[in-house]
Write a new protein. Structure first.
Length: 255
């Protein structure tokens, strides 16, 4: 576990920008949700492209209104011709949106089933082939992850998993659950570790978004063929923890 980074003092511009971003997200999400639901009569890719366009719009609005930009390192580690499982640290809502734009064309993610219950937005989300689980029942959740994860991977969808299970504070990495690595063990698909420091400017559970550059680091492929889930998980957790520490050092944050 790494030491938490300190957030800057908010200014008037921070409050105004964050308010504009909130309004922008709320209004465009409603429109996108309606379009996605209307597109259920069309192939999945149509709905997916609408959702991806909305994610890209929100990431752009974060730049326009709040000064939140991002940089990516390690794009050479992505092979769009090889479906993979992505294990990523979780600090904010930003990465759940941005990874749709950063990673190869089509993907799905492990998420809380309750998110699909929200009127309109959740209903639209449920049409995008999410791997929705109930975290209160870990055994059932693991079965769903393996079953639906296999189906998605065989279909060519990349599977994104946030193994911490909840959002961490800036600079912090929590213990990884083994679900994503177990999916890798069962299927043999490679794992791509991804680290970022989004929490430094887009804190968890916070209305305020601070100006700055989010740094995303994509790691080398972690082989999974013939390996146990715990070993795969340990490799991913170690790489991500070190990468988060390195990103904080590069930004002058406590490590």
């Amino acid at each position: 576990m790494t030491q938490q980074a300190t957030l800057p003092e908010p200014r008037l511009k921070t409050y105004v920008g964050s308010t504009l971003l909130f309004i922008g997200i709320f209004s465009t999400a409603t429109l996108a949700g309606i379009l996605i639901l209307l597109a259920t009569v069309f192939p999945f890719n149509v709905r997916y492209q609408i959702s991806k366009a909305w994610c890209a719009l929100v990431v752009s609005m974060a730049k326009w209104f709040c000064g939140v930009g991002y940089e990516i390192e390690g794009l050479e580690n992505l092979d769009i011709g090889q479906t993979a499982i992505v294990l990523c640290n979780h600090q904010s809502a930003w990465e759940t949106l941005a990874l749709r734009c950063i990673l190869p064309p089509t993907q799905t993610a492990l998420l809380k089933r309750s998110l699909t219950w929200f009127p309109l937005w959740g209903w639209a989300l449920s049409t995008l082939k999410p791997i929705a689980i109930d975290r209160k029942s870990q055994r059932a959740a693991l079965k769903i992850l393996i079953k639906k994860g296999k189906a998605c991977l065989h279909e060519g969808l990349w599977v994104v998993v946030f193994p911490e299970g909840t959002r961490s504070a800036p600079g912090e990495v929590q213990k990884f659950s083994v679900g994503g690595a177990l999916l890798a063990e069962k299927t043999g698909y490679p794992v791509i570790p991804v680290a970022h420091n989004a929490g430094n400017v887009w804190p968890r559970y916070s209305f305020l978004k601070y100006p700055g550059t989010i740094r995303v680091k994509i790691g080398p492929v972690i082989p999974t063929q013939g390996r146990k889930a715990q070993d795969i998980n340990n490799d991913a957790a170690a790489w991500i923890a070190q990468a988060v520490q390195d990103l904080n050092k590069a930004d002058g944050k406590p490590a």
